[in-house]
Design a protein around this ligand. Structure first.
Ligand code: SF4
Ligand code: SF4
Ligand code: FES
Length: 523
């Protein structure tokens, strides 16, 4: 593999790589603002300048400069190497590049940083980007000096509402154009552009438009400073109080990789952020997915119910066990859920086969919605592929409705909250027990409801539309009386005196292997 030298390190590169891309791939950071690995190169911030040694026998490209000489009390002519933007300069075999080891580069970065902060309000204490802002980080790393300018800074528009989700502060903007390029290249809606020149320039929304495509929160996420802020998150939390776990978005079948940021003190989830996965979502997520954390707190079922009345969970479990202890296998069924993890579905399927001795298996999930050619899938369930692989014989929801209407089902144990179509026929099932995270048709018609932990409160694996199995970590403890659905199934089996072979999640996962787990790369 061809390689070049960056300071003391040998950096391999792939054809078409720039210096910064190749360095990033092996974990070496070259400071940058405008470059983003998922966007085209703009090379406008000049923060990534590096010194490139000329090939043997060729003179270095030098610039004439004037430098202040303290002894002479005058500027004197000097020469310095012409620095190159690492985000634009193509990697070449045998190239010798200086980044950290060049005093010219250090001075250039210091000057770029000082220029960018010249008119910046430096209002970090009230800025939502504080704690994850490149201006802050690079000031500390590459500048560290106080502001020298004594003139009144240029003032620009503040708190400009770009659309339903995003607010813009032109004074904090370094006009790197990442947001402009993201809208154009990824969201395919070139709704942002740059107006004016020099230190008067700012980002504007096209006349007659709003920033309202399905990826507006990513537009904010690519902003390296606090110029774009999300209405949903601004002034809600300080990022240094938040912790993150590696999760998978459950908003649709794409299964975008995400970070779930939560406050360990309050056990509240505050936001989802994209996590890079070249095979699934690249660097991106959609607005629906990034705001999907709200469902963790909306319309939840947090207390067990029997006949619509709140009940202690032990009592509800005992009632459910009584019902299924005497259930005739031929009129008993389980309903798997494409909303839930493989672990939850596997536990229920095993109960159907070994505990209830029934062949009647159906599956349900959320109704389809809007999809697109970027990321969003019309299937709004995270695990349709997983349920299909786990239980190819499972019949669709329409068959469950038909069987219920024909009075063929007396005892049904259903996982999940939502149904893809009209579910009023569920009322005809004599004994319906639902293990549900949220209110919905199953919870509404159930005789007994057992509250299930949401995806943020439990570990789980999901198989996305490409057949890739992805694990999602637990962020917070189960809310209320809820617990992971596979735990409810375990307890129900103990109460039925038909215990499974597994007790812990690890043992359950081992039991799922290898037949149940579809093949596919793990990120
Ligand atoms: S708003 Fe942010 S992303 Fe857009 S140009 Fe300004 S600094 Fe860059
Ligand atoms: S495309 Fe689907 S999986 Fe990806 S963020 Fe949006 S809702 Fe979530
Ligand atoms: S990262 Fe902005 S010029 Fe290279």
């Amino acid at each position: 593999m061809p390689s070049f030298k960056l300071d003391d390190a040998e950096i391999p590169f792939e054809p078409g790589d720039t210096i910064i891309r190749a360095a990033e791939r092996v974990g070496v950071d070259i400071p940058h603002y405008c470059w983003h690995p998922g966007l085209s190169v703009a090379a406008n911030c000049r923060m990534c300048l590096v010194e490139i040694e000329p090939p043997p026998g060729r003179p270095a490209m030098m610039l004439d400069v004037l430098e202040w000489n303290a002894e002479k009390h005058d500027y004197v002519p000097q020469k310095k190497p012409k620095l190159q933007p690492a985000c634009q300069f193509a990697a070449a075999d045998g190239l010798v590049v200086k980044s950290q080891s060049s005093t010219h580069v250090a001075r250039a970065r210091q000057s770029v940083q000082e220029l960018l902060l010249l008119n910046h309000p430096v209002d970090c204490p009230i800025c939502d980007q504080a704690g994850e802002c490149r201006l802050q980080d690079y000031w500390l790393e590459h500048q560290g000096t106080k502001k020298r300018m004594r003139d009144e800074p240029i003032h620009k528009p503040k708190a400009v509402v770009f659309g339903p989700t995003i607010v813009y502060d032109a004074e904090r903007c370094i006009v790197c154009t990442r947001c402009v390029r993201f809208c154009d290249e990824v969201a395919k809606d070139p709704v942002l552009s740059v107006r004016e020149r020099g230190n008067l320039n700012e980002i504007v929304v096209s006349p007659g438009r709003q920033l309202d495509h399905p990826y507006t929160l990513m537009t904010e996420h690519v902003c390296p400073v606090g110029a774009l802020t999300a209405i949903d998150f601004r002034f809600k939390a300080r990022v240094w109080f938040l912790r993150s776990v590696r999760t998978v978005c459950v908003g649709c079948a794409t299964g975008c990789n995400s970070f779930t940021d939560y406050d360990p003190r309050s056990q509240n989830v505050h936001r989802y952020r994209p996590r890079h996965n070249a095979n699934v979502n690249q660097y991106w997520m959609c607005d629906d997915g990034m705001l999907d954390y709200r469902r963790i707190n909306e319309h939840r079922v947090l207390i067990a119910q029997v006949d619509g009345e709140p009940t202690a969970r032990e009592a509800a479990l005992a009632r459910a066990a009584d019902l299924f202890a005497a259930a005739p296998p031929e009129t008993t069924a389980v309903v798997l859920s494409a909303e839930h993890s493989l672990e939850d579905n596997f536990a229920l399927l095993e109960l159907a086969r070994d505990g209830l001795k029934t062949q009647n298996v159906y599956f349900s999930g959320r109704a389809p919605g809007e999809g697109d050619n970027v990321l969003r899938d019309a299937d709004k369930n995270p695990n349709t592929s997983g349920v299909r692989k786990l239980a190819p014989m499972a019949k669709p929801f329409a068959d469950l409705v038909r069987a219920a209407e024909e009075g063929k089902l007396t005892h049904v144990l259903a996982l999940g909250s939502q149904a893809p179509s009209d579910a009023s026929a569920l009322a005809k099932i004599r004994h319906l027990v639902a293990i549900a995270t949220h209110q919905g048709p199953f919870e509404e018609h159930a005789e007994i409801v057992l509250p299930a932990a949401s995806w943020a409160e439990a570990e789980g694996s999901f198989v996305n539309r490409q057949g890739i199995t992805q694990e999602s970590e637990r962020a917070v403890s189960p809310y209320g009386d809820s617990r992971p659905a596979f735990r409810w199934v375990h307890e129900l089996r103990l109460a039925l005196d038909r215990p499974p072979a597994w007790k812990k999640l690890g043992e359950l996962r081992a039991a799922m292997q290898p037949a149940a787990l579809p093949t596919g790369a793990r990120p």
